[in-house]
Design a protein around this ligand. Structure first.
Ligand SMILES: [Zn+2]
Ligand SMILES: [Zn+2]
Length: 156
């Protein structure tokens, strides 16, 4: 598969404990959606605060799905202000370079403040897996028809 940004061939790599395709040139990340059976047994518990409103509406982006070449839509994963693209045909998600590092930094900061014992890396890996699961895909399907709020409310 080719990178939707720069056309370089994506490479299968493990990052933050999760298998994904990474662009060797711009370092963007492609998370293909998993077979439901692979994830069915996983339990995703992020606590009350993280389960609330996970995302806002979506809008078209300039990038195309590396799998089917259809234009992707961007959405904001409200938690940690993560901006991602997704394929409406549910092939996967695109993250720009270093978005994962930014989220990890924020998670670590949070843990320091709250004195939590959970490792940021584990939480982030769980989130990435959740994004590719059936329950998240169901939510994203509805989102494809909803336009992005022109004035998004602050996440906190
Ligand atoms: Zn690239
Ligand atoms: Zn696609």
């Amino acid at each position: 598969m080719k990178c939707p940004n720069c056309d370089a061939e994506l490479e299968l790599k493990k990052r933050d404990g999760v298998d994904m395709e990474i662009c060797p040139s711009c370092q963007g990340m492609w998370l293909s959606c998993q077979e439901l059976t692979q994830l069915e047994d996983e339990v995703f518990d992020f606590g009350d605060d993280e389960k609330g409103s996970l995302m806002l509406g979506s809008e078209p982006t300039a990038r195309n799905c590396p799998q089917c070449a259809k234009p992707m839509r961007g959405f904001q994963y409200r938690l940690y202000d993560l901006e991602m693209d997704f394929c409406e045909d549910q092939h996967g998600y695109w993250l720009e370079a270093d978005e994962d590092k930014r989220v990890l930094e924020r998670m670590k900061e949070e843990e320091k403040n709250l004195g939590r014992k959970v490792l940021a890396e584990d939480r982030w890996a769980a989130h990435l897996k959740y994004l590719r699961s059936g329950s998240f895909l169901d939510r994203i399907r509805d989102l494809a028809t909803v336009a992005m709020d022109p004035k998004p409310k602050p996440a906190f």
